[in-house]
Design a protein around this ligand. Structure first.
Ligand SMILES: *[C@@H]1O[C@H](CO)[C@@H](O)[C@H](O)[C@H]1NC(C)=O
Length: 250
């Protein structure tokens, strides 16, 4: 982790007017993870599974992931609702006779403007297992929840859809948070009970959009030196350009 090891040097060079935000605590990180999943990813992530060793594909034994819609599983406190389609290899890899394990990564999708700010953005990996929803009433609740998150999915949900599909609960069992650069953000495992209980501490969607721990921009946090000396040397015009390039555009 080159960033982290260089950081003390960069900070030592700062003038006293630079005040660094305190590092995000694990408790805060767990709430941010829940808010990220609920409000900041358009209910879309990358769903992954592993091809079985004997799969008739060019890449047996390797992981496979593609963009996928999700919704929050109703009243589950942190589980994920998926519309499983056995035609899709990612789901097939997690359906019998294969083990039911899946991984879903979710990224902060807000704030992309000019410049690439993805490096400092919050993201989370949820590990869990796929459980088909069998109860009819439960499936109806899932239907409503999924449609609320993805109205466009009405064209492919259920028996009228082009492919066989069913609602499934991804029961989360491990959570890994990468909430941004390690000087200000938590990076590491989030205990499952903390992940679950943090749902009660989430703010409203509006608050989470208004007041979000956006990645510190290099020049703001004194990280400019880590991006190369140019920012320091060519102040004025170059600095203005760099600001425009790195500033978050809401
Ligand atoms: C995969 O799923 C099984 C069945 O639920 C579970 O027991 C196991 O812990 C999961 N494997 C891992 C590595 O999490």
């Amino acid at each position: 982790m080159r960033w982290t090891s260089l950081l003390p040097l960069a900070l030592a060079a700062l003038s006293p007017s630079h005040v660094l935000a305190a590092r995000e605590t694990l408790d805060e990180a767990a709430v941010h993870v829940r808010e990220l999943i609920s409000y900041r990813a358009f209910n879309t992530g990358v769903l992954m599974s592993v091809f079985p060793d004997d799969a008739q594909v060019p890449v047996p034994g390797l992981p496979f992931g593609l963009q996928e819609y999700y919704a929050e599983y109703p009243d589950s406190n942190g589980d994920i609702l998926l519309l499983a389609m056995p035609i899709a290899a990612i789901y097939r890899n997690a359906l019998p006779p294969n083990p039911p394990n899946l991984t879903l990564t979710i990224n902060d999708m807000y704030g992309f403007g000019k410049g690439n700010l993805a490096a400092g953005r919050m993201r989370v990996a949820l590990y869990g297992t796929l459980e088909p929803v069998e109860d009819e009433n439960e499936a109806e609740r899932c239907h409503q929840a999924y449609l609320a998150a993805h109205p466009d999915a009405r064209g492919w949900i259920g028996a009228g859809g082009p492919h066989s599909n069913f609602f499934a609960r991804m029961r989360v069992n491990k959570v890994y948070a990468f909430n941004g650069f390690g000087d200000v953000a938590y990076i590491g495992w989030v205990p499952l009970d903390l992940y679950r209980e943090s749902g009660a501490k989430m703010r409203s969607a509006k608050e989470a959009h208004r007041d979000w721990p956006v990645p510190r921009q290099p020049e703001e946090a004194g990280l400019a030196t880590l991006f190369g000396e140019q920012l320091d040397q060519e102040e004025g015009e170059a600095e203005g350009k760099a600001k425009a390039r790195f500033r978050i555009q809401w």
